[in-house]
Design a protein around this ligand. Structure first.
Ligand code: PGA
Ligand code: ZN
Length: 416
């Protein structure tokens, strides 16, 4: 039984307001969650409610969402008993009443859902990852994807591609993968410094050198992998990209590194960098509304590498199911606040599993110290997580929670 639900306006990792949410049970135990927030958001995401009061935080305050938790949501949940998280989430969805959570705010709802998941896990005497493991699914430690070079909406440099990630797929354990990520990150910092580049950090903790050609970044990363003593490629440390192409798509063209490219130019470009560099996965290679381009991209590269839908899928089970039918991508990025409840996030993962699509659990560029997604990654058994660089507290909170789960559960398989 829920005793109360409360929220507080706190700061995220970018210094913008977000919510810290607490669910207290009738036994007096409290469970917290921190709500993440994106910068390069898909247009179909559940609505993040901002106050739009220019006098506070440039309009980005979340006092309305906070009041919705402390008022309407608390009124609906306090004193009620729920058999499981699905039932509680259904109550939140019905209370909101819209199909994009714009009435109460997805930021109000997701924090309650996450904190409630922790309460249900504790009541069942389970670790959160155990509670989040669906029947018939084998939990597993995921392969970490460390975002070590930041561009696009996450850094003030001239790089158009948003994320360059290290994927230590060839390492034998999660802990060794973390070590490889951190060692290559250090080698990359040294290499960038020697080449005279600034080694300041972007929003996700990756370096933000003033390079504009993705090939230059890729060459530097491959060299850093070798410097650190690892083999570039899926046998050692591979690379994953998130160009976040919606951000540089205007008037039907892609504007990247000073060029204006068509969808087919972009597909040809990706085919060429995949042939030159150890890239195993590309997320949002094309824009969210370039659906025909996505189908051709999938036909061209889908048998070779992983193609992940983020802005176009927005963790929405219905949208992913439709994309499967149309042959768009072969994997989905999973972000809890894109859809707004943990239950619907688990449904999106089920759609992926049933369709043979891979899934990667993801943080947002605006984060808190909450490590919920680490448990979600293990419980879903999906085998992949991205949580930024192996640096900055809000990023390593997730990687460190996974180290803890790995140490406490030596029999958990490491899936990659
Ligand atoms: P966001 O970026 O959290 O700013 O949306 C992450 C991503 O695009 O994957
Ligand atoms: Zn993305």
């Amino acid at each position: 039984t829920v005793r109360s639900v409360q929220a507080l306006e706190i700061l995220d990792s970018r210094g913008r307001p977000t919510l810290a949410t607490t669910v207290t049970t009738s036994k007096g135990a409290s469970f917290r969650a921190g709500v993440p927030s994106g910068a390069s958001t898909g247009s179909g995401e559940a609505v993040e409610l901002r106050d739009r009061d220019p006098a506070r935080y440039g309009g980005a305050g979340v006092l309305t969402a906070t009041a919705n938790v402390n008022g309407a949501i608390n009124d609906a949940l306090a004193g009620q008993e729920f058999s499981d998280l699905a039932q509680l989430d259904q109550t939140l969805i019905a209370l909101d009443g819209t199909d994009n959570k714009s009435a109460l705010g997805a930021n109000a709802i997701i924090g309650v859902s996450m904190a409630a998941a922790r309460a249900f896990a504790a009541t069942a005497d389970l670790a959160l990852w155990q509670y989040l493991t669906p029947a018939g699914v084998t939990p597993a430690l995921p392969a970490p994807h460390f975002n070590v070079v930041n561009g696009g909406a996450h850094a003030p440099n001239k790089l158009d591609f948003q994320e360059f990630m290290l994927a230590p797929l060839g390492l034998p354990s999660y802990a060794e993968a973390v070590r490889a990520g951190a060692e290559v990150y250090a080698a990359l910092k040294a290499r960038l410094g020697k080449a005279g580049h600034a080694t300041g950090l972007g929003d996700e903790g990756g370096f933000a050198p003033d390079l504009d050609r993705p090939e230059e970044v890729l060459e530097t990363i491959v060299a850093a992998i070798t410097d650190a003593g690892y083999t570039p490629g899926t046998d050692g440390v591979a690379i994953a990209l998130d160009p976040a192409a919606s951000e540089f798509y205007r008037d039907g063209s892609y504007h990247v590194a000073g060029q204006t490219l068509s969808s087919d130019d972009m597909i040809g470009y990706y085919a060429s960098v995949v042939a030159q560099f150890p890239i195993w996965s590309i997320e949002d290679g094309l824009a969210e509304d370039d659906d025909d381009g996505w189908v051709r991209l999938t036909q061209t590269l889908g048998a070779k590498i992983q193609l992940v839908g983020d802005d176009n899928f927005v963790t929405n089970p219905t949208i992913i199911a439709e994309a499967v039918r149309r042959g768009v991508a072969n994997a989905a990025l999973i972000k809890v606040n894109q859809i707004g409840t943990v239950t619907e996030t688990l449904e999106a993962l089920t759609v992926c599993r049933d369709a043979g699509y891979a899934a990667m659990i993801s943080h947002r560029s605006g984060e808190t110290e909450d490590s919920f997604i680490a448990d979600l990654a293990v419980g879903s058994g999906c085998g992949q997580i991205k949580s930024g660089a192996p640096a900055r507290g809000e990023r390593v909170a997730k990687y460190n929670r996974l180290l803890e789960i790995a140490a406490q559960n030596p029999d958990l398989p490491y899936r990659r």
